[in-house]
Design a protein around this ligand. Structure first.
Ligand SMILES: NC(=O)c1ccc[n+]([C@@H]2O[C@H](COP(=O)([O-])OP(=O)(O)OC[C@H]3O[C@@H](n4cnc5c(N)ncnc54)[C@H](OP(=O)(O)O)[C@@H]3O)[C@@H](O)[C@H]2O)c1
Length: 325
């Protein structure tokens, strides 16, 4: 896009928000504080729109009216509703040429906004790499977050300015890469929660009182996060696999055999941990082979226990790296 076009977009000040949930509300509040005008908000339920509109001192309007008034329109609905709302707005001919239309989903690409692009809008996704549990928490943590930008390159300058107003940082993402990128975010956030849940299960099995389990783990989790922050990966890795301690690993696996669900997770994380320990350089290739063979043996036990006839199941999650072949 020509430079003057990018400058024009950066002057856009009138924003509209459709979807008055956690992300939409926090973004609208923060961008209004940064000097943007919120021209209107809409949501599925009128009460949600009114709560946000009262807080901002702006009108709660119909969805097409918000779209018509906005130079830049944020579709901050649930993921499932993004394409449907874009279609609804296109049917009402509410988009306009040169308008920037963004959604905040990590799972969807800008393609979900195709009806807006068909009416001449600049369609983008702007995904904050953060987890938002409430509006207030989102207001606290959105500033300084990382964002991915994807979609119509004409909108990059505008999106970058929005990120800068939020004191954030951003990178560009190819549309085809977005699904893998989102899987990475899910692994780091959602699956981390599930990993802690698995650890809590094991503490429960070990007879630790319920009110002590999470408080006992949190300093360990926070210490590990601090190590990741200060040392990076692989250097933050500690523990039996990083030390090449096959005896301890075997005792863990023996103890976990009675808990197949937790064993399955322990085995797949163990395989990845051997890779990290190799990258860290604290185990030799021979120790890596020994640890993988041990993990594979228990993978086979697990497969046999769940379905003795299934060779396929035995293979699941058990493929070794080149060192074994
Ligand atoms: N929460 C996170 O951690 C997080 C992180 C990064 C990105 N995101 C993305 O941010 C976007 C919003 O997520 P959120 O966490 O803010 O969700 P949320 O709190 O559940 O809010 C979604 C809002 O969308 C509204 N909505 C649903 N269907 C609608 C429709 N057909 N028309 C108009 N409004 C509709 C709902 O309206 P009513 O309240 O009126 O029913 C609700 O207020 C999603 O794309 C999500 O993937 C979320």
């Amino acid at each position: 896009m020509k430079a003057e076009g990018a400058v024009r977009l950066c002057r856009f000040k009138k924003l509209g928000f459709i979807g008055a949930g956690r992300v939409g509300s926090a973004l609208a509040i923060l961008l209004q504080r940064a000097g943007y005008e919120v021209a209107g908000v809409a949501s599925r339920r009128q009460t949600s729109a009114e709560i946000l509109a009262d807080r901002l001192g702006c009108p709660a309007l119909s969805k097409p009216e918000v779209a018509r008034r906005a130079e830049a329109l944020f579709l901050t609905t649930t993921d499932d509703a993004v394409a449907a709302v874009a279609t609804e707005l296109a049917e009402a001919e509410a988009f306009h040429k040169g308008q920037v239309v963004l959604h905040l989903s990590g799972a969807l690409t800008a393609e979900a906004l195709a009806p807006a692009a068909a009416q001449g809008a600049i369609a983008m996704s702007l995904h904050p790499i953060q987890s938002f549990a409430s509006v207030e928490q989102a207001i606290a943590v959105l500033p300084g977050s990382f964002f991915s930008l994807e979609g119509d390159s004409r909108g990059y300058s505008f999106a970058r300015k929005i990120v800068a107003q939020l004191q954030g940082r951003s990178f560009l993402l190819d549309s085809e890469a977005k699904v893998l990128y989102h899987a990475a975010c899910v692994a780091a956030s959602n699956y981390f929660v599930s990993l802690v849940a698995c650890s809590l299960d094991l503490l429960s099995e070990a007879g630790i009182p319920a009110d002590m389990r999470l408080p006992a783990l949190l300093p360990l989790v926070e210490g590990t996060l601090n190590n990741i922050r200060s040392l990076g990966i692989p250097h933050a890795l500690t523990g039996p696999i990083a030390r090449g301690d096959a005896g301890t690993l075997k005792r863990h696996l023996d103890a976990l055999e009675q808990l197949p669900e937790q064993l399955r997770l322990y085995l797949s994380m163990g395989m990845k941990t051997v890779d990290v320990a190799r990258d860290k350089g604290t185990i030799t290739p021979e120790q890596a082979v020994e640890l993988r063979l041990l993990l594979e043996r228990y993978c086979r036990h697990l497969g046999e226990a769940s379905n003795p006839a299934s060779d396929q199941q035995r293979a699941v999650g058990c493929s070794a790296r080149g060192e074994l072949s």
